[in-house]
Design a protein around this ligand. Sequence first.
Ligand code: HEC
Ligand code: HEC
Ligand code: HEC
Ligand code: HEC
Length: 151
Amino acid sequence: MKNSIIVGLFFLYLFCSSISFAEDKIFIGSEACKDCHEQEYSNYMKYSKKAQSFESIKKMEKKLTPQEYQSCFECHTTGYGKKGGFVSQKETPQLKDTGCEVCHGPGSLHAESEDPDLITRDVTMENCNTCHSKDRIEAFDFKPLLFGGAH
Ligand code: HEC
Ligand code: HEC
Ligand code: HEC
Ligand code: HEC
């Protein structure tokens, strides 16, 4: 009897901790990284076209149907279609560009705790493939491409 209560409590604990984990890890936008990562932030704002990626689609909005326009969000914003990701320019203005978190993953827990284990450091080519065509990536060396797109 006692054992089954302990086992039950253990699973309850696992259940609750996995829920709170999933709930808390959301996208917060590049601006939120600025104070602690000034160098990366200013390089990104200055040199990465990603920092203006919403402008690119905004310019074309009038020529597109609403559905076509929406299809651009997948690559030109941060976390569209994912939990805690971009919804619309009005509701989630902080996520409208392709920000830090498209490579480093949702940063809310890391930004609160400053724990490096709660953010992705090792970004791989697989990640780039979700938005960039393979051919295009292979046409560059990985390293320059990496820093060209980031900081
Ligand atoms: C309140 C301060 C703070 C905020 C906000 C913050 N970070 Fe950090 N970050 C840190 C600290 C501290 C470290 C650990 C630095 C070290 O170990 O040299 C770190 C480390 C990292 C690392 C390296 C992780 C590793 O394993 O080495 C990455 C990547 C990173 N942060 C990305 C981000 C991104 C993206 C954001 C915004 C979504 C962000 N950080 C917001 C404080 C912060
Ligand atoms: C969520 C989608 C997304 C992911 C993931 C992504 N990119 Fe991009 N990237 C874009 C978009 C969108 C642009 C174009 C922005 C514009 O011009 O409007 C871009 C632009 C670039 C550019 C053009 C040069 C510049 O100054 O920005 C490079 C280089 C680049 N990305 C490299 C990378 C690399 C390397 C990775 C993987 C580590 C990566 N990107 C991951 C969406 C993405
Ligand atoms: C599958 C991901 C993806 C989707 C969906 C997407 N884009 Fe892009 N877009 C990119 C990437 C990646 C780049 C950067 C290309 C590069 O420099 O290699 C880019 C670049 C651009 C540029 C800048 C071109 C330049 O030369 O600076 C414009 C404008 C643009 N996209 C508009 C749109 C519009 C409008 C839509 C929706 C109809 C859209 N994109 C949908 C990934 C995407
Ligand atoms: C296109 C993908 C991409 C984007 C966007 C991006 N990063 Fe990174 N970031 C990387 C990669 C890849 C590394 C690992 C570099 C290495 O291994 O030396 C990295 C490393 C880091 C580190 C670890 C310390 C360092 O410089 O090596 C921090 C902190 C960091 N990024 C913060 C940010 C912040 C803040 C932003 C947004 C302002 C951002 N990154 C945007 C790909 C990206």
